[in-house]
Ligand binder design. Structure first.
Ligand SMILES: [Zn+2]
Length: 311
């Protein structure tokens, strides 16, 4: 179903005067997960009303914005547009201060899940790296709970400033660009971040090399199917903040191809996020979602774009 953006929301977004249409963009010729080149266009606009097109790879079912903003344009987006845009969408202030309550709640819930694996891990689990760690609330919580030393990397300066106050070592930037000079970590977190990356396969390869041999990776996704089924709308599930839209099938393939064994899976209480704890394993370079899963996704999207929302 194509939903209509309410007038007040439309006005709040327009008042930001963010010229999405004139941002520098790049068109992706190959799928980041499987390398395929056969795409199906799923939708032509996002939840804010911007003309953002989302494609699905016909071969593996990966969904992504195409074209999408360049890394430089995303850098500017995170430095002053992203949080005001999300605030305008929801009609309430969401910034580096207000998000911390929500992040504390999330940290408590995730710690419970992660704790099971950390307790069983080697005693030497001491160094934490939080990729896209925002204000550091989640990392600081885990540092306290498990006695870890924490490093955080995030592109948003206002959020990194908050993390510094919590005693974290901070890096303002993107994981794709930063040189860690041979450092390795016992626990790497990619919390509410993987859908924001520009190169998931490249980042996972990077993380694999940053992780100690018996280290752990925590990663969670916004499940694209849960997101569109929630509002019975693909447009409402697409937003320029997320270059990628993952499902259980596509993240599992990414992790297996990247050389990670999944130890545990958790459906979050918000019914939207799915979390994974992984350890380094042998890369399964041919791991891909089943063709039947890809067909089912495309059929489901097509159905709900044309069917009235069930009561
Ligand atoms: Zn693909």
């Amino acid at each position: 179903m194509q939903t209509v953006i309410p007038q007040d929301r439309r006005e709040r977004i327009a008042a930001l005067d963010y010229a999405y249409a004139t941002q520098p963009c790049e068109t992706l010729a190959a799928c980041n997960l499987c390398g395929g080149t056969r795409f199906v266009v799923l939708t032509h606009r996002d939840r804010y009303g911007y003309a953002a097109r989302a494609d699905a790879c016909r071969d593996c079912g990966l969904v992504f914005l195409n074209p999408r903003m360049t890394a430089a344009a995303y850098g500017r987006f995170y430095d002053g547009v992203y949080r005001p845009l999300v605030s305008a969408f929801h009609g309430r202030l969401i910034d580096a201060t207000t998000i911390q309550d929500e992040q504390r709640e999330y940290a408590t819930e995730r710690t419970e899940f992660l704790g099971r694996f950390l307790a069983a891990a080697a005693q030497g689990t001491r160094r934490l790296l939080d990729i896209g760690g925002s204000t550091g609330v989640v990392a600081a919580h885990l540092m306290r709970e498990f006695g870890l030393a924490g490093t955080l990397i995030d592109p948003a300066p206002l959020e990194v400033a908050q993390a510094q106050r919590l005693g974290l070592e901070t890096i303002t930037g993107l994981i794709e660009d930063h040189d860690f000079a041979g450092r390795r970590f016992d626990l790497v977190l990619i919390c509410q971040t993987v859908d924001h990356l520009l190169d998931i396969a490249g980042t996972l390869a990077r993380v694999r090399s940053l992780l100690t041999d018996d280290g752990l990776l925590f990663v969670d996704i916004v499940d694209f199917r849960a997101a569109y089924l929630r509002n019975w709308s693909v447009e409402d599930a697409v937003k320029i903040d997320h270059p990628y839209y993952l499902t259980e099938s596509t993240i599992t393939a990414y992790l297996r191809r990247g050389g990670f064994d999944i130890l545990g899976t958790d459906y979050a209480a918000d019914h939207l996020h799915v979390s994974y704890v992984c350890r380094p394993g042998t890369p399964a370079s041919d791991a891909l979602p089943a063709a039947a899963d890809v067909d089912a996704l495309l059929r489901e999207v097509r159905l709900l774009q044309n069917a009235p929302r069930p009561r």
